[in-house]
Ligand binder design. Structure first.
Ligand code: CO8
Length: 262
């Protein structure tokens, strides 16, 4: 029987137009169980629906972003259990539904489902203390939250096979070298840097930001000709927004733009 946890598994805070969601199961190194994933899914959707939020950060502790799916919870599950209830994975599609940019600020362990959670985000900012890996094979399972699909797209098949089959852990410098992360920063500056990046994204015109995220994600879903057409039509559509006129006027008037999300 799992010990009942009284604290919320996800802490939500807000600064300006940035929402920060902090994974909060420190004793289990933020192992991902259903309670945590339910809370994370709900917090993500709430931030996405809030017009005053322009970017979302998901972070963990200094020791762990997340050490994977909760092995203690999974032990003893049968095929029927996981198939019927979609345990552990049922909230993962929620992250894909979020239209605003989501930044993973990663320190310490990002293993298994923790690495997959970071991969599901739009940007990964990693501290030099970060360690990434997909060690599921050692447990007799495979990455089940997008790892076998997102990792090859992010770093190529050869490296994805190496990481998953060897089940090894890589440091932040290697993660940066192979293109797994967006930026690498000193551990003590992780939260400040992530907040600054998120604030700069949140200050961009909101509609164009959503359109940009959709267009880049389309690169993974469609042939080049379809993706290019999607990009062009999306770009054309932005000429219908007041923010596009404001952005161009502000540039030519040599003043700060005031975007209204219209
Ligand atoms: N699940 C549950 N508890 C965990 C997990 C985990 N994934 N990771 C760590 N913990 C717990 C430990 O059991 C320990 O608890 P306690 O103090 O009660 O014994 C506590 O966290 C601290 O851990 P350690 O004592 O092991 O700390 P160390 O600093 O020695 O080691 C490590 C840290 C290297 C991170 C080590 O804990 C470890 O290897 N953890 C497991 C990593 C792992 O295998 N992750 C993959 C899990 S499977 C998965 O994510 C995908 C499943 C399929 C997809 C499902 C959708 C997500």
């Amino acid at each position: 029987m799992q010990e009942q946890e009284t604290e919320s598994p996800v802490l939500c805070s807000r600064s300006g137009r940035v929402a920060t969601l902090t994974l909060n199961r420190p004793r289990q190194l933020n192992a991902l169980n259903d309670a945590l994933m339910d809370a994370l899914g709900a917090a993500l959707l709430a931030a996405d629906a809030d017009a005053d939020i322009g970017a979302i950060i998901i972070t963990g502790s200094e020791r762990a972003f997340a050490a994977g799916a909760d092995i203690a919870a999974m032990r003893g599950w049968s095929y029927a259990d996981v198939f019927a209830s979609d345990y552990v994975t049922r909230n993962w599609e929620t992250i894909r539904r979020v239209r605003k940019p989501v930044i993973a600020a990663v320190a310490g362990h990002a293993l298994g489902g923790g690495c997959e959670l970071a991969l599901a985000c739009d940007l990964i900012i990693a501290a030099d203390s970060a360690r990434f890996g997909l060690p599921e094979l050692r447990l007799g399972v495979i990455p089940g939250a997008g790892g076998t699909q997102r990792l090859p797209r992010a770093i190529g098949k050869a490296r994805a096979m190496d990481l998953c089959l060897s089940a090894r852990t890589i440091d932040a410098a290697e993660a940066e070298r192979i293109g797994l992360i967006s930026r690498l920063v000193p551990a003590e500056r992780l939260q400040t840097e992530a907040a600054a990046i998120a604030a700069s994204i949140a200050a961009q015109p909101p509609l164009a930001t959503i359109a940009l995220k959709e267009a880049i994600n389309r690169a993974y879903e469609s042939p080049l000709s379809e993706g290019l057409l999607f990009e062009r039509r999306t770009m054309h559509a932005l000429f219908a927004t007041a923010d596009l006129q404001e952005g161009m006027n502000a540039f030519l008037d040599r003043r700060e733009a005031r975007f209204r999300g219209r």
